[in-house]
Design a binder for this molecule. Structure first.
Ligand SMILES: [Zn+2]
Ligand SMILES: [Zn+2]
Length: 108
């Protein structure tokens, strides 16, 4: 056991241990001061290629207008690029797999 844990306040998005389970620490309030409790926040996740992978959790306050940017955890860094929306980029790893087999219909 170390007392160091009490000195560093965990930041939003960092892993914290609660009742034996590791969870991503959600923000308690939005930037506008709204309390973010159960049912009051929309939780999402964005992929990120900017900080070594892992992506970011995001929380959007339901009290705030939709246009308000969500809170990211871990916060977006200088190199972070949140990939918004459904990924439309396909990663090409080689030649397209050929259609090798046609599954015959079952006889019954
Ligand atoms: Zn809010
Ligand atoms: Zn990032």
């Amino acid at each position: 056991m170390s007392d160091d844990w009490g000195l560093d306040e965990p930041t939003v998005g960092s892993l914290v241990r609660r009742r034996g389970k590791w969870i991503t620490l959600p923000p308690t309030h939005c930037p506008h001061g709204h309390w973010l409790g159960p049912g009051r926040v929309l939780v999402g996740h964005v992929a990120c290629s900017g900080h070594g992978g892992g992506g970011h959790n995001l929380w959007h306050c339901r009290m705030c207008p939709v246009a308000e940017p969500p809170t990211f955890g871990p916060p977006l860094g200088r190199h972070c690029k949140s990939l918004e929306g459904p990924a439309s980029v396909r990663i090409s790893t080689g030649p397209e797999p050929e259609e090798s087999q046609t599954v015959p219909e079952p006889p019954f």
